[in-house]
Design a protein around this ligand. Sequence first.
Ligand code: FES
Ligand SMILES: [Fe+2]
Length: 405
Amino acid sequence: MAARVPSAERGARAPSAQRPGHALSREFYCDAELFEREVRRLILRHWHCVGHHSQIPEPGDFFTTSFCGEPLLIVRGQDREVRALLNVCRHRGSRVCTQESGHARGGVFVCPYHAWSYGLDGRLRAARHMPDEFDRAAHGLKRFHTRIIEGLILVSFADSPLGLEHVEAALAGSARAYGWAEAQVAHREIYRVQANWKLAVENYMECYHCGPAHEEYSRFHLYARPAPLNRAADERVRARARELGVELREVDFFALNARPGQEAADSARSALGEGAVSGSEDGRPLAPLMGQFSDYDGGMTFFDVGLTSNFLAYPDHGLIYRFVPNSVQSTDMEVIWLVRGDARAGADYDVGRLTWLWKVTSLADKRIIEVNQQGVNSRFYEPGPYTPMEQHTRRFVEWILAELQ
Ligand code: FES
Ligand SMILES: [Fe+2]
């Protein structure tokens, strides 16, 4: 029997043509033009976490990164402000800083091409042999809106960025209790995934796949089970956190809380299995307790900001989980492990033990996301229905469709 003409080929390009309660159609994962539209109309309008402020503690400290192909230079100025500068020279467009991270000697960045030099705030300091009338003030590095909330460096590429009130409230009820403003980076890892960014985020948003794909995670994280089974355990960790005087507040899923003109954020608590207190191989502690925690509460907190920035907090360590779209079928997942600011590697924690769980989990995710992409590349792929365990993914997708319309 001849196969029917695939639905994706029948021009389901418009977001409104998507079938409610079903996965997105092929072009959302395969069409380079649609990806470009998403970048311009959706992704760059939002706030994105690029790292933690402990990565650049002193004036002159910097790191470089990129987002949707935009090269960024994140630098702490003499005034201690953290700025996100476009790492593109105002002369003929060379990258200015070619190092991954470091300290700007003499407080300047010198372009490797013709040596125009820029201050830590991006202002053009010197341009060789330029005529007297050349307006230096008009040729500083482009700068994007930057905010630090609870130690997280957030960047928006928009001219008038979305408000951050909702984000501040969500992080005050989550990251703050875990002392993230006083944390330090213990380790970073980047996983390049040959898949569309939405497949990567959609995968992060559901734990329907955790049973089959993450034996290690599922051992101690009750989130891997259907929600109704966890109610009593989740309630127990909430009560325990209250006993410990930890100020945690849950904020309903971001898509429902996003107000017009405001960036979206959410936070949710989840219980660990019997006897487990942290995200380790054996459920045992990994590092010194953080923030308001004087003891373990047997739980963890997920929180999320905008489209691409996700976070997990255990009482003794945390993770920044960043999704960085590169192109229509390339996405970086950057995982940044946080520990208490005064914890010493080797003495207070072991990096191998600390990172074990989320390394195996991220590698497994990379594998299943890439296999997902290979499947949806088929012209005959037809989106199927979401299950009750994929409701966050469903809402995420609905949110994106609404914003694209
Ligand atoms: S491109 Fe940077 S100085 Fe010429
Ligand atoms: Fe996963």
